[in-house]
Design a protein around this ligand. Structure first.
Ligand code: ADP
Ligand code: MG
Length: 318
């Protein structure tokens, strides 16, 4: 496997605040690599250093062997960047914005107009091409920002939260495009705070929290680590008494299972072996809880993430 991104001992501090704390990782050619973590973890700071937008405090970054600190010009020719905020001209049309980006990359007029038209088609923005960027919806803006990063046909794409804050249809469209670009050979580095997005899209992920990488592995391996966890969610009718102690009682009665209160109406039990749920339901009933639904939960990257970081998942959905 060819290493296309190599990050060594990378650190960024802002006036004493350490945003990225000595991280190491490699990305291989042809991968979709996900940088996954909650808000404030250091994802944007990292991607900005990778793309030459933020100065590195310490450490090194190599993109296809070129040192980003010393050779940013040649690096920029091979990368495309979709920042977390739209960076295009409000007063220009979609088409003109794309052509302008092409011009910045030194593309000839014919080439940039042809590729701009192709990209508008690809992103479903053909009819919007003549309209001003300022008139676009959030989803359309995101798509055009994405298209602009593809004008010079880069071999590495950096996407900072590509689907945050846009409508469901645009999310689907963008995810499909990411897969398609990857199939055609682009290496993709994306950040996200959506675990489910990382699980669906990425080949490998790094979990980042408070500036540190906690673990890096293929999605497949991370899921495997939890394959022996059997989980059942019990949903019950609302009750008026305090049930905070119930998980402990349940655990003392059934020592082989661990239990957590997922929300005020759901208890999750986890065990190494398949657990007979009838006694659990009876026990809950004798404690005054009427179980309305028991649902088997298949381990997802969410559980792997919680296990590795100790961060509860509702933090990630903000
Ligand atoms: N320009 C800045 N000045 C000072 N602190 C910053 C700046 N940018 C980011 N930070 C801090 O660095 C940390 C990481 O931020 P960021 O990389 O934006 O996280 P993420 O993209 O994972 O949400 C946060 O604590 C944030 O407040
Ligand atoms: Mg960010």
């Amino acid at each position: 496997m060819e290493t296309i991104i190599e990050v060594k001992n990378l650190k960024k501090s802002y006036d004493g605040i350490i945003a990225v704390n000595r991280i190491h990782f490699k990305v291989y050619r042809g991968e979709i690599f996900g940088f996954l973590g909650p808000n404030g973890a250091g994802k944007t700071t990292t991607i900005n250093m990778l793309t030459g937008l933020a100065r590195i405090t310490e450490g090194q970054i190599f993109l296809r062997g070129k040192d980003v600190t010393h050779d940013i010009q040649s690096v920029q020719k091979i990368i495309g960047v979709v920042p977390d905020e739209n960076n295009l001209y409000e007063e220009l049309s979609g088409f003109d914005n794309l052509c302008f980006c092409g011009a910045l990359y030194g593309m000839k007029k014919n080439d940039r107009e042809r590729i701009a038209r192709e990209l508008l088609n690809l992103f479903g923005l053909k009819d919007a091409g003549r309209r001003k960027f300022s008139e676009y919806s959030r989803g359309m803006k995101r798509k055009l920002t994405f298209a602009a990063a593809l004008m010079h046909e880069p071999e590495i794409l950096f996407l900072d939260e590509p689907t945050t804050g846009i409508d469901v249809a645009s999310v689907r469209h963008i995810r499909n495009l990411i897969r398609e670009l990857n199939r055609k050979g682009a290496t993709i580095f994306l950040t996200t705070h959506y675990i489910e997005e990382a699980e669906r899209l990425c080949h490998r992920v790094a979990f980042i929290d408070r500036g540190k990488i906690i673990t890096t592995d293929t999605v497949e391996k991370l899921l495997d680590a939890n394959r022996d966890a059997h989980m059942v969610d019990f949903r019950f009718a609302p009750v008026s008494f305090d049930i905070s102690q119930l998980t402990e009682k349940l655990h003392s009665r059934f020592p082989h299972i661990s239990c957590v209160l997922r929300d005020p109406g759901t208890i999750r039990i986890t065990s190494r072996q398949v657990t007979d749920i009838a006694p659990v339901v009876s026990f809950l009933a004798s404690s005054g809880l009427l179980v309305q639904e028991a649902r088997i939960i298949k381990p997802t990257l969410e559980e792997a993430f919680v296990k590795a970081t100790g961060i509860e998942i509702n933090l990630m959905k903000k």
